[in-house]
Every structure is written in C-alpha cells, then in structure tokens.
Design a protein around this ligand. Structure first.
Ligand code: URA
Length: 198
C-alpha cells in the first residue's frame, strides 16, 4: 500500500473536529499519486459525503468538462478539498475546521509533490493568499517555492452565475501553457531541452 493510500485510510477515520460527528463518509481525495496538477476545492457536499469521493455532484461534472478542455481526465490529476468532511447543510467550513484539517492537506501535497496547485474558490485560495479576492487573482499563476499556485473560481460558481462559465473555461485553458512555460524556464536553468507539456 502506498504512503498516500495509508494517509487516505487515516483521513477516513479522522476524529479531530465536529464534522467527524455529522459526516457519512470522509472524502480524502482521489486521482494520480504522481499528479502534476492538484485541485483543491472547498469541502464535500451531499453527494460526496454519500459516496466518499470528491466532486461527484453537479460541480464535479463541470470540473470533468473543464479537465476535458485540456485533454485530461480526473485520473490524470489529484482532486481534494480544504476540509475532508461535509459541513452540515453545505455551510462554509469554519476556520477551526479548516485549521484542524490542514495537516491532512499538507501531507497530501508533500507526498504528491504536484507542479501546480489549482485552488478552486475562495476557501482554498485563502490557504495560499489570505485576504486576496478571487475576482482579482483568478487566472494569475504565482510561483511558490518549487510549485505554481493557480487560483480559479469554484466550478459551482458557474452553476450559480452563468456569466462566469467562460471565465472559468478560459482560466482552465491557460494551464498547459503556464506549465509549459514553467518547464521551459526550469529546464533552461538545468541546461536541458523541453520535452513534454505535462
Ligand atoms: N464542492 C467542493 O468544493 N468539493 C467537492 O468535493 C464537491 C463540491
């Protein structure tokens, strides 16, 4: 069993905050263990809580369509959330819940070591850029040590506000070019030629 699978097993029985009392299932995350792209949403909704899988409701269907725009499927990336258990009535996760869940996400990122972390929505944005507004920073990549942080709107935002759909799609479509540019810069620094996009 891989270290990431063992970590998921630990998350499944996490007792550390009140959300553990009301959840049906914890939702650790899923996808490629060596993913270059890691997506961080807000928290499981009703469908995710029932199935124990991230982004399986209507926002998840849109996320699948967004991935298809850049030729990817969910098994090519890793998808997880800021909190691993569903907040009751789909309320926002509380700061204490986000704080107590934080070590799980830290350990997932340490194990996967993605080239790019895509934050979906304002709660996951706040982990990397506290106080920044999603309306201002979406679609603007930032280098964070050896990773790129790329903020996007949450896919559910397009379901509530149709005008955001184009914005989210065009932010998604920029990901390959951002990764390719970053790879070019890294490889130039290392004196090798660029070979592949992802
Ligand atoms: N919204 C999220 O932020 N995460 C999910 O897993 C599902 C919906």
């Amino acid at each position: 069993m891989s270290a990431l699978a063992r970590l998921s097993d630990e998350i499944l029985v996490c007792p550390h905050c009140e959300l553990a009392r009301s959840r049906t299932r914890a939702v650790p995350g899923e996808g490629a263990e060596d993913a270059n792209l890691l997506f961080i949403g807000e928290g499981p909704g009703w469908h995710e809580d029932q199935q124990g899988r991230p982004f399986v409701g209507s926002a998840g269907q849109f996320l699948d369509q967004l991935l298809a725009l850049i030729g990817l499927r969910r098994e090519h990336v890793y998808i997880t959330n800021i909190v691993k258990c569903r907040p009751p009535q789909n309320r926002d996760p509380l700061p204490a819940e986000i704080q107590s869940c934080r070590p799980w996400l830290d350990r997932q990122i340490d194990l996967i070591r993605p080239r790019m972390v895509v934050t979906l929505g304002r709660h996951s944005l706040a982990r990397y850029a506290p106080g920044e507004s999603i309306g201002k920073v979406h679609g603007k990549p930032r280098k964070l040590n050896d990773m790129i942080h790329y903020p996007m709107y949450h896919p559910a935002a397009a379901l509530h506000q149709a005008s955001l759909r184009r914005t989210i799609e065009s932010d998604m479509l920029r990901i390959p070019e951002i990764l390719a540019e970053d790879k070019g810069v890294c490889q130039e620094a290392a004196g090798v030629q660029q070979l592949s996009m992802f």
